[in-house]
Design a protein around this ligand. Structure first.
Ligand code: ADP
Ligand code: GN1
Ligand code: MG
Length: 371
């Protein structure tokens, strides 16, 4: 659908939410690859302005926005209770969903688009890149804490918002099919990347096999632990809130750790075209490892701890494979902003996987320091 039309739909959707004041402005916000996010400014009678986050949920990817919002309401009310018990501020330390005028957590418009609104977390920033190592450490503590606070959440009540989201072996099969079908005739240009995936097919099975054999536990996890899914307080520099809860589902703590390393411990951006700038930074790896282990506060098993480097490798491999699959399928999943964007993203991930393999023993040594 045309962006201008979507924006008109956004303006109409706002009217269906129970919000005080009148709309002053609304503009595209953030750098997520999945939802359409807007900052919404509402002017109050006395002239002061209240901010909100308005999102169009990606209904192609999240097949059941109703179930997704049920998960989010469940998880955020659980967090809210614990934050209050711990003397924290529930307005800033968890997402807060604004209901529609008829009491629903989302609005479905006449075109079938799904909209939701969150209160805006003031005085905090979500970083697209590690500017200070301490921010990365803070994000680790915050993701670790998040997992700990949800350890007693009834996992069986959570809907699987994307089936097999981190089933790397299943994603490998989807990749093979995309290569075989090659609908955009792009496979011949990316043979090197295809060979890289095939050479790593064992990696795709490692964690799934361990789960099936009961070697690692299923926990309530976030599953999309990029640095920009954490809000860091501008004054104190502390991680305060985990956002982007669409993929909270039963999963592996090793994957939550690994996805953060994939994004934040790289010396380059996720889409950096110049691969000479992309490495796995051991210093950043150490900052995150220390923070995550502290944040989980003794809840990780010995096996989980020993598999943390594997989590980093598997999540980076999986993400690279997903970018490559999307490139082969015609860029229909991740938002792209230039030609070859998904291919650039895929290449940074594979460069990181190779670098992690070169530094394998050092990664394990760092983890052992904090166990
Ligand atoms: P996506 O799934 O597309 O990544 P997110 O839910 O992560 O969408 O939102 C995109 C960006 O919007 C975030 O990275 C963050 O900068 C900002 N954001 C989201 N929710 C809030 C909030 N409640 N308060 C302040 N900023 C937010
Ligand atoms: C997507 O929504 P966002 O931008 O936080 C994706 C993640 C990928 C990430 C790669 C639901 O995350 O799985 O790791 O892009 N989210 C979904 O940057 O697919
Ligand atoms: Mg996000």
């Amino acid at each position: 659908m045309d962006q201008v039309i979507i924006q008109q739909m956004a303006d109409r959707a706002i009217e269906h939410f129970d919000l005080p004041g009148i709309v002053l402005d609304r503009y595209a916000y953030g750098s997520g690859h999945i939802n359409d996010t807007y900052l919404l400014l509402m002017e109050q009678q006395d002239g002061h302005i209240i901010k909100y986050i308005l999102q169009r949920m990606n209904h192609d990817i999240f097949k059941s926005p109703e179930q997704l919002m049920e998960n989010i309401l469940g998880v955020t009310s659980h967090l809210r209770k614990k934050i209050i018990e711990n003397g924290g501020d529930p307005e800033r330390e968890t997402l807060n969903v604004i209901k529609t005028t008829d009491g629903k957590p989302y609005y479905k418009d006449e075109e079938g688009l799904y909209w939701r609104i969150y209160t805006f977390i003031e005085g905090a920033t979500s970083y697209d890149k590690v500017e200070k190592p301490d921010d990365f450490y803070q994000s680790a503590v915050t993701f670790g804490n998040f997992q700990r606070l949800l350890a007693d959440y009834p996992a069986q009540t959570l809907h699987e918002t994307i089936i097999g989201f981190h089933d790397t072996a299943a994603r490998y099969e989807v990749f093979l099919k995309a290569v075989e079908e090659d609908i955009c005739h792009r496979a011949c240009d990316v043979q090197k990347e295809i060979d890289f995936v095939i050479a790593h097919r064992e990696t795709a099975h490692t964690l799934g096999n361990m789960l099936a054999e009961g070697q690692v536990p299923l926990r309530v996890t976030h599953n999309d632990t990029k640095l920009n899914n954490i809000m860091i307080d501008n004054k104190t520099g502390r991680g305060i809130c985990v956002i982007d809860l669409d993929t909270v589902m039963p999963g592996l703590s090793i994957n939550d750790y690994g996805d953060s390393i994939r994004f934040g411990a790289s010396t380059g951006d996720e889409d950096e075209p110049d691969l000479s700038k992309v490495w796995c930074d051991l210093n950043l790896f150490e900052y995150y490892t220390r923070g995550f282990i502290e944040g989980c506060h003794g809840s990780l098993t010995k096996t989980e701890l020993s598999m943390l480097p594997m989590g980093a490798k598997v999540m980076t491999f999986e993400c690279g494979m997903r970018f490559l699959t999307d490139y082969l399928q015609g860029d229909t999943y991740f938002k792209i902003h230039r030609e070859g964007h998904n291919l650039d993203r895929c290449r940074t991930q594979f460069k990181l996987v190779a670098d992690m393999e070169d530094k394998w023993e050092q990664l394990h040594e760092i983890v052992r320091k904090y166990v």
